[in-house]
Design a protein around this ligand. Sequence first.
Ligand code: GTR
Length: 325
Amino acid sequence: MKTLTATLLATVAFSGAAMAQSCEITLRASDTHPEGYPTVAAVEHMGEMLTERSDGRICVEMFHSAQLGEEKDTIEQTQLGVIDLNRVSLGPFNNIIEATKVFTLPYIFRSTEHMHQIVDGEIGQEILDEFENHQLVGLTYYDSGSRSFYNSQKPIESIDDIAGMKFRVMQSDVFVDMVDALGGNATPLPYGEVYSSIQTGVIDGAENNWPSFDSSGHYEVAPYYTLDQHLIVPEVLVMSQQSWNNLSEEDQQLIREAARESTPYMRELWTAREQESEEAIRAAGVEIVTDIDKQPFIDAMGPVYEKHVTTEELQSLVDRIQATE
Ligand code: GTR
């Protein structure tokens, strides 16, 4: 005799609208970005691949737009198993997993191609493996372009213009020290508080890539953007180790593969989105400084490297990254 649950499940399985309810395993995924942002679309795409390959057994439910909280909090919830999948910047991991610092050092990557070379290779895997010591499973990396400063006050045309200006940074000491080294004052804040903090003058500005500057609407309150490109910070997709341990090895394998395959998809979306966002921001009348001399910015980073590259392991990672063509 069929149980009530089995009957109900069979019924909903036939109703297209209730498809999600037929899933045996639903993985709750978090992202700070809105619907349509490349990271959100990539995890949704991964979910579709998983559902198809598991004959409808495994589904991903996306909670975008920081519905489950700001990144620092969602990381904790993922460690606790409350959130299954989390797409986050590597920045907020700096204070939890020391090795992630090397991927968030200013000007460590010379270009997006250089970053791809590293995260797609041995070093990328070594850093992903580190997550397993912190109740997480590192699945794959996504792109995040390069981050540059924007503010509400004036065009920054040289490093000297940064003196005394207040910038929001992600919650990591690496970025606090980066802004200090440039002569500014850093305020670590959650992403969701940046807009109102600029608007009310608590900070003068922040720093981010084109798509985030665009989708957050920060350009409305900070109409000066200077392409100093101080950071290329990869994004990472992690899973809760608790959720992971509840799965069969076959399902773990399905997830690893779908996650890996979502990366080239994400990168394509990213390239298109970067261009669209740049066009939208230019059209909105934001003043953009492109011909900034980056060398003084690069030269100023010595103390940041000295303070954060404190062990032989970290130094060897930095050396290997810098030695990679
Ligand atoms: C974005 C990144 C987010 C978040 C945000 C921030 O570029 O995609 O994950 O880290 O920056 O500045 O907090």
